[in-house]
Design a protein around this ligand. Structure first.
Ligand SMILES: [Zn+2]
Length: 311
């Protein structure tokens, strides 16, 4: 018996779980242990296979139930709207429920349920380009259509959180600062969920089969412009938004591609490329005089993948 396994047995020995649950947990830990160091287990969890954990709904409330030695125990769960959608799909059988984990994090209990389902690749020919920025968090373009997702309110709320923390900092209320940071993260995550959902909805309504975004993995090394420096500052939320767009696209059967970010902001549709084409939020071609919102011009160039797809 290895270290992780015996630790789990010890933790479970005074709990009232049937051996099926303990065994499932040990199987999961063993398979995870192959990929990571034992020391990295900071939280303990127990695992259920799809037969042991049952999702149910009573009125507006969702419950999950699992077996203990004495009886099945049902607990109500708090679910956000996007999580409710998936719970509904488990209930109506359009997704297949896999293994689940019950774990505790910062004094709260969570249940993570894995699901699988088939996605049919969309054959629509149109390409959507998405540019991330500061004035507008995201600009999406498909052919002649475009959508701007405002960042103003986001910036405002984040400034308010930062100001509050600065005030707290002076009185050294560290736990309050941490709480404020967590609250901001949750708020931002919620915003990103909404924006990514809207983007995918526009894509689906406009015959999009491919979504393209810039590959900004090495942005740190080339943060020259103000826009890119700003992106750095908020990189975790941009990264989060991008990840959400990617998985929501793929779940909808839309192919997700990364393009090389070179020259997307300074190239005109006439082909002329010059740094001076772009001035803040305005794009104006020095050669042909074409004008456009700079972020939209970026989104159009991203859709075209003017510098090619990222490797
Ligand atoms: Zn031009």
């Amino acid at each position: 018996m290895n270290k992780a396994t015996s630790k789990i047995f010890k933790e479970f020995s005074h709990e009232k779980f049937p051996s099926a649950v303990v065994n499932q947990t040990i199987r999961e830990v063993k398979s995870k242990k192959k990929n990571q160091n034992t020391k990295s287990f900071k939280k303990l969890w127990c695992c259920f296979n799809n037969q042991n954990l049952k999702v149910e709904k009573a009125g507006d409330f969702y419950t999950v139930s699992f077996p203990t030695l004495e009886k099945r125990t049902g607990v109500p769960v708090v679910a956000r709207p996007y999580q409710q959608e998936w719970l509904e799909r488990i209930l109506n059988g359009t997704v297949k429920q896999g293994a689940s984990e019950l774990y505790r994090k910062k004094g709260k209990w969570y249940i993570a349920i894995s699901i699988t389902f088939e996605v049919e690749q969309r054959k629509e020919p149109k390409v959507m380009g998405i540019d991330l920025g500061l004035k507008y968090i995201a600009v999406a373009s498909v052919g002649t259509k475009s959508w701007f997702f405002k960042g103003n309110q986001v910036a405002f709320v984040r400034r308010r959180f930062a100001a509050k923390r600065k005030k707290l900092g002076k009185s050294k209320k560290l736990s309050a600062i941490k709480k404020s940071k967590n609250k901001e993260s949750r708020w931002m995550k919620d915003q990103n969920h909404k924006i990514s959902r809207q983007i995918i909805d526009h894509a689906l309504a406009n015959g999009v089969g491919i979504i393209r975004m810039e590959d900004l993995t090495d942005i740190r090394n080339r943060a020259k412009s103000k826009k890119e420096a700003g992106r750095n500052l908020h990189s975790w939320s941009f990264h989060q938004l991008k990840k959400m767009i990617k998985y929501k696209a793929e779940m909808a059967g839309i192919r997700f591609e990364l393009v090389k970010p070179d020259y997307t902001s300074q190239t005109c549709k006439c082909g002329h490329r010059e740094k001076a084409n772009r001035n803040g939020i305005q794009f104006r071609c020095k050669k042909c005089g074409y004008t456009c919102h700079a972020d939209l011009n970026g989104a159009i160039n991203i859709a075209k993948a003017i510098s090619g797809l990222a490797a």
